[in-house]
Design a binder for this molecule. Structure first.
Ligand SMILES: CCCCCCC/C=C/C(=O)SCCNC(=O)CCNC(=O)[C@H](O)C(C)(C)COP(=O)(O)OP(=O)(O)OC[C@H]1O[C@@H](n2cnc3c(N)ncnc32)[C@H](O)[C@@H]1OP(=O)(O)O
Ligand SMILES: Cc1cc2nc3c(=O)[nH]c(=O)nc-3n(C[C@H](O)[C@H](O)[C@H](O)COP(=O)(O)OP(=O)(O)OC[C@H]3O[C@@H](n4cnc5c(N)ncnc54)[C@H](O)[C@@H]3O)c2cc1C
Length: 661
C-alpha cells in the first residue's frame, strides 16, 4: 500500500495512491539500501517537523541572498545543538540528510565542512593531525572549506599557482598568491563563514616544485572572525543557484603556517627539507574521488525531487480530453507526459542504485589505501569520472523536462524546480568539468583497447572485459540481458572507433596531444556509452537481487522503461546490429512499458520519501492541494504587502498623469 494517503488529500492523488500495487515503505527500503535507513529518514523528518525553530522563517524564493545565508546559519547552529538527540552523530548519511531536510538544497555554511573539509583531515592527516583538528571540526568549534580552484585554473590542477614554500630556518611554509589568477576562487563557505580551510598549494622545497599538496590553513581569528594578516578573503557574488552558500575568494601574502600543517599521512616534508613521496602520485586527489563517488546518488535524489513534484502535480492537473468529454483528464494520462517523465523516474532509481554501489566501492578503496594497496585507484577514478559526468548531465535534462511537464506553474518559483535545476547542474561543473572528466575515463578505455590489441585481453578488469567481445547478432526476443548486449555493442564499437581514430592520427605523425584533441569528441562519446552501460548493468543486477516479489515486479516494469528508452536513445550507435524491424519492436515495447508503469507512477515517487519540508514546492505537496496553496503563496509575496508600490507613485503615476495633459 501507499503509505502517504491521509484524509483531506486531493482525491485525484488518493486515487493514484490507491492504484499502486506495492508498499511504498518497502520500496523506500530498497531505494535506501535497508529498512533501517529508510525508517531513519522517516523518523528524522518526523522529528524535525515537530521543532518550530527549525521551520523556514519564510519561503526561500522570497528571501534575499543575505537572508538565505542568515537562515542557513541560524538553522545550522540550532541543529548543532539538537543533533545529538536527533541523529547518530557517527553517521555521515544522517548528518547530510538532516541538513538537507532542515536547510534544503541551496547550500549553507557547513555544506562543505562535512563533505570536503573533515574527510581530507580524516584520510590524509597523520594520527597527530587528526588528534589536533578532527575533534574540533566534528564539534564545529572550527568551520572549514576546501580551497583548490583558482581564478585562472580549475580543471588543470598542474597549473595551479598558489605556492607553499618550505622555510627550513623557521620550520614554516610560506603561502603566496603570486598573481591575480592565483586567487582561490569558488570554494563553498570560504567567503564569510569558514575560519579554516584545506588549501591546495604547490609544495616548494629547496626551490623544487613537488606539485599540489593539501595544507591546513587558519584564515580568520577564532575570536573576532576577522581575516588574519596576510589573508585576503571574501564572497564571489551571486550565482545561478546555491545562493545560501558563500562561495569565496582567497589570497595569501607571505602567510606563514607551521610545517605540521601540511597533511602528511601520504607525502611528507621532513624538518631538514627532505621530501617523501606518496605511495601513489594522485593520492592527494582522493578527496575529489570521494565526492564524485557520492554524486550519482546525490544527483539521483535531485532528480527524484523534481519528479516527485512533476508526477504528483501531473496527477492533479486536469487539462483537455481523451474519450470522456464530461471530465478533463489528468495530464499524466497523456503518452507524451509519460514519455517525458517515466524514463526519468527509471533513471533516478538507476542513479541511486549505482550511487550507493560507488559509495561502497570508495569505502572499500579507502580501507585498501590505508593498508598500503593503491591498485584500485585508477579503476575507481575512471568509473567515478564517467559517472559524475553522465549522471549530472542526464539529471539536468530530466529536471528541465519535469519543469516543462508542469506547464506555466513549473516556471514559477512556487514549483521550486528551477532552484533544483540550478543546484543540480552545478554538478556538471564542480568536482571536475564534465568533458574533462569524460576524457579521463577515455584514457582508461583507450588503454584497455591497447591491451586487447597487444594480446593481453585476459588482464582486463570486469568493467571493460566487454571491449574484447565480438557480438554481431542479437536475438529478437529481447530481455534485459539482450538489451545489455545491445548496449555493449554500442559502447564497444564507439570505444574502438574513437581509439582507432586517435591511433590513426598518431600514425599520421601528429603529436599525442593534437591527436587526442582531434579525437576527443569521439572519445567523450565512448565514455558516455561505457558509463550508461555500467548504469544499466548495475540497475539490472540490483533488480535481480530484490527479494520482495511485489517490489521486484514493479522494478522490472521500471527497468523495462529504462532499457527500452536507453536503447532507443542510442539508436544511431546500433544501426549495424539491429534491423529497423527490431527497432520498431523496441519502440513498441517502450510504449507498452509506459502504460504498465502508469498506475504506479505516484507511488514510485512517493517512495523517495521526500518530505514537504525538504521539497519546498507548492506544486509537489504530498496532499496535492495545489491551487489554494498557490494562491496563498502568491498573496504572501512581499510585492503584495502594499497595494500601491513606490515604482508606481514615483514613476508610472507621474508618467500617466503627464500623458493625460
Ligand atoms: C549538494 C551540493 C554540494 C556542492 C558541493 C560542491 C563542492 C565542489 C567542490 C569542488 O569542485 S573541489 C574542486 C574540484 N576540482 C576538480 O575536480 C579538478 C578536476 N581536475 C582534475 O581532477 C585533474 O586535474 C585531472 C583532470 C584528473 C588531470 O590531472 P593531472 O593533470 O594531474 O593528470 P593527468 O596527466 O591527466 O593524468 C595522469 C594520470 O593520473 C591519473 N589520475 C588522475 N586523477 C586521478 C585520481 N583521482 N585517482 C587516480 N588516478 C588519477 C590519470 O588517470 C592518469 O593515468 P594514466 O592515464 O597516465 O594511467
Ligand atoms: C557550485 C560550485 C561549487 C564549487 N565549489 C568548489 C569548492 O568548494 N572548492 C573548489 O576548490 N572549487 C569549487 N568549485 C570550482 C570547480 O571545481 C571548477 O569550476 C571546476 O573544476 C571546473 O574548472 P574551471 O572552472 O577551471 O573550468 P574550465 O577548465 O575553465 O572549463 C571551461 C571549458 O574548458 C573546457 N576544458 C578545460 N580543460 C579542458 C581539456 N583539458 N580538454 C577539453 N576541454 C577542456 C571545459 O570542458 C569547459 O568547457 C565550485 C564550482 C561550482 C560551480
Amino acid at each position: 500500500m501507499n503509505q502517504s494517503i491521509k484524509p483531506g488529500d486531493n482525491p485525484d492523488l488518493t486515487e493514484e495512491r490507491l492504484s499502486g500495487t506495492f508498499d511504498t515503505n518497502s520500496m523506500a527500503a530498497v531505494i535506501y539500501g535497508s529498512d533501517k535507513l529508510a525508517q531513519r529518514r522517516r523518523e528524522i523528518s518526523e522529528a524535525v517537523s515537530r521543532i518550530p525553530e527549525l521551520q523556514d522563517s519564510k519561503p526561500c524564493p522570497f528571501m534575499t541572498r543575505e537572508e538565505k545565508i542568515l537562515e542557513g546559519s541560524r538553522k545550522s547552529a540550532i541543529l548543532n545543538r539538537l543533533l545529538p538527540g536527533l541523529i547518530d552523530l557517527d553517521s555521515f548519511e544522517e548528518t547530510v540528510f538532516i541538513h538537507q531536510e532542515v536547510i534544503g538544497i541551496e547550500g549553507h555554511p557547513l555544506a562543505l565542512h562535512e563533505s570536503l573539509f573533515i574527510p581530507p583531515i580524516a584520510t590524509q592527516g597523520t594520527d597527530e593531525q587528526q588528534k589536533k583538528w578532527l575533534g574540533r571540526a566534528q564539534r564545529r568549534e572550527i568551520i572549514g572549506c576546501y580551497a583548490q580552484t583558482e581564478l585562472g585554473h580549475g580543471s588543470n590542477l598542474r597549473a595551479l599557482e598558489t605556492t607553499a614554500t618550505f622555510d627550513i630556518s623557521s620550520q614554516e611554509f610560506i603561502l603566496n598568491s603570486p598573481t591575480i589568477t592565483s586567487l582561490k576562487w569558488w570554494p563553498g563557505a570560504l567567503g564569510k563563514s569558514a575560519n579554516w580551510s584545506i588549501v591546495i598549494a604547490n609544495l616548494i622545497v629547496h626551490d623544487k616544485n613537488h606539485g599540489p599538496h593539501p595544507f591546513m590553513v587558519q584564515l580568520r581569528d577564532e575570536k573576532s572572525h576577522e581575516p588574519l594578516p596576510g589573508i585576503t578573503v571574501g564572497d564571489i557574488g551571486p550565482k545561478m543557484a546555491f545562493n545560501g552558500a558563500d562561495n569565496g575568494f582567497l589570497g595569501f601574502e607571505n602567510y606563514r603556517i607551521p610545517r605540521e600543517n601540511m597533511l602528511m599521512r601520504h607525502s611528507k616534508v621532513t624538518p631538514d627539507g627532505g621530501y617523501i613521496r606518496p605511495p601513489h602520485a594522485k593520492i592527494g586527489y582522493s578527496g575529489m574521488v570521494r565526492v564524485r563517488s557520492r554524486m550519482a546518488a546525490e544527483q539521483g535524489l535531485f532528480l527524484a525531487h523534481a519528479l516527485t513534484i512533476a508526477v504528483r502535480y501531473s496527477a492533479i492537473r486536469r487539462q483537455g480530453y481523451l474519450e470522456d468529454r464530461s471530465r478533463e483528464v489528468k495530464v499524466l494520462d497523456y503518452q507524451t507526459q509519460q514519455h517525458r517523465l517515466f524514463p526519468s523516474i527509471a533513471r533516478a532509481y538507476a542513479f541511486i542504485f549505482c550511487g550507493f554501489e560507488t559509495i561502497r566501492l570508495y569505502d572499500q578503496l579507502l580501507i585498501d589505501v590505508q593498508n598500503g594497496n593503491t591498485s584500485g585507484m585508477a579503476d575507481l577514478h575512471a568509473l567515478t569520472s564517467g559517472l559524475k559526468s553522465v549522471v549530472t548531465h542526464q539529471t539536468g535534462e530530466g529536471i528541465e523536462q519535469a519543469r516543462m511537464a508542469c506547464g506555466g506553474h513549473g516556471y514559477s518559483m512556487a514549483s521550486y524546480i528551477s532552484e533544483i535545476y540550478g543546484v543540480a547542474i552545478g554538478g556538471c561543473t564542480y568536482e571536475g568539468e564534465n568533458m574533462v572528466m569524460l576524457l579521463q575515463l577515455a584514457r582508461y578505455l583507450v588503454k584497455s583497447i591497447e591491451m586487447i590489441q597487444n594480446g593481453k585481453s585476459k588482464n582486463l578488469g570486469p568493467m571493460v572485459a566487454y571491449l574484447a567481445a565480438n557480438e554481431s547478432e542479437i536475438d529478437l526476443n529481447l530481455g534485459p540481458n539482450e538489451y545489455l548486449k545491445v548496449f555493449q555493442y554500442a559502447a564497444r564499437s564507439q570505444a574502438w572507433r574513437a581509439t582507432e581514430k586517435f591511433q590513426k592520427l598518431r600514425n599520421s605523425g601528429m603529436s599525442k596531444e593534437q591527436a587526442w584533441n582531434q579525437a576527443s569528441v569521439e572519445l567523450t562519446r565512448a565514455s558516455r556509452l561505457h558509463t550508461r552501460l555500467y548504469i544499466m548493468s548495475t540497475f539490472i543486477n540490483h533488480v535481480g537481487s530484490v527479494v520482495d516479489q511485489k517490489i521486484k515486479k514493479v522494478l522490472i516494469d521500471l527497468l523495462n522503461v529504462h532499457i527500452t528508452y536507453e536503447v532507443m536513445d542510442i539508436g544511431i550507435y546500433v544501426q549495424g546490429l539491429l534491423s529497423s524491424d527490431q527497432m520498431d519492436l523496441i519502440r513498441n515495447q517502450l510504449y507498452v512499458s509506459l502504460e504498465t508503469i502508469r498506475p504506479n507512477a505516484v507511488s514510485l515517487v512517493d517512495s523517495f520519501q521526500i518530505s514537504d519540508m525538504q521539497l519546498r514546492s507548492v506544486l509537489g505537496r504530498r496532499d496535492g492541494n495545489v491551487y489554494e496553496n498557490l494562491f496563498k503563496w502568491a498573496k504572501s509575496c512581499p510585492l503584495n504587502d502594499k497595494d500601491v508600490l513606490e515604482s508606481v507613485t514615483k514613476y508610472l503615476k507621474p508618467m500617466m498623469d503627464k500623458s493625460k495633459l
